[in-house]
Design a protein around this ligand. Structure first.
Ligand SMILES: [Zn+2]
Length: 137
């Protein structure tokens, strides 16, 4: 592991909003990314999804849409078509957390997604707030 790689991690770390880290029992999971040929593997994908208390499919839908690519889940990993850096994947995980995990009323991550008709809501188990989430197609 080179010094430059460490510096990159540091920079990625500093970009993460403070409130994600302040939440109790919560640390933003980091992707283990490997680019193989023309594909990008996220080796700890299932673990990331379970740390976020979300299904791997939902997290993957968000990531492939943001990257305008396609991907599949293979056992514990996700495989994306195209080459993407760890920094990009980590940034998307942070954005996913902000869009689909954190309660926008109290900023706690103890939430669940509830579907009603064609709408998705983030329901907070701490403060009881129910806020609309962007629908992933
Ligand atoms: Zn809340």
């Amino acid at each position: 592991m080179s010094y430059d790689y460490e510096a990159l991690l540091q920079r990625g770390f500093s970009k993460i909003p403070e409130k994600v880290f302040k939440s109790t029992k919560y640390e933003t999971p980091k992707a283990e990314v490997a680019v193989i040929g023309s594909k990008t593997l996220i080796n700890n994908f299932k673990e990331i999804a379970s740390r976020l208390n979300r299904t791997p499919n939902h997290v993957l839908k968000f990531i492939v849409r943001e990257l305008a690519t396609s991907g599949t889940i293979e056992d514990a990993r996700a495989s994306l078509n195209g080459k993407f850096s760890k920094e990009v994947i980590d940034e998307l995980i942070v954005r996913y957390i902000k869009a689909y995990v954190l309660c926008s009323s109290c900023n706690k991550p103890d939430t669940k997604l509830v579907k009603e008709d064609r709408l998705t809501f983030i329901v907070c188990e701490v403060c009881g707030a129910k806020n609309p989430a962007k629908t992933l197609i």
